[in-house]
Design a protein around this ligand. Structure first.
Ligand SMILES: [Zn+2]
Length: 89
């Protein structure tokens, strides 16, 4: 029983973040990425290419929690839009 608990904890469990104050579970295979306004379309295209799923988009300032690097992946500027996939959606 103790062993069971330990094994569960060692699993790379899905990341949980908060969006606009609501806790959501992320799809484990789909990371959170950020893009500036200029590169958001490009990043969405890349996300679709890599993960074969269109990301949900949120304003970066509404997304909290986890070790999130809120910089645009393309140019390194401040990310304005978060691209992610909420589990079950
Ligand atoms: Zn950018």
């Amino acid at each position: 029983m103790e062993q069971k608990t330990r094994n569960t904890n060692e699993q790379p469990t899905a990341q949980t973040i908060r969006i606009a104050g609501t806790e959501v579970e992320l799809h484990p295979a789909h990371p959170v990425r950020f893009a500036c306004m200029e590169h958001v379309d490009q990043e969405i295209d890349e996300y679709v290419d890599q993960f074969e799923a269109a990301p949900d988009t949120y304003r970066a300032e509404e997304v909290e929690g986890g070790p999130l690097d809120k910089r645009c992946r393309v140019c390194g500027a401040e990310g304005k839009i978060a691209l992610l996939r909420v589990k079950g959606m």
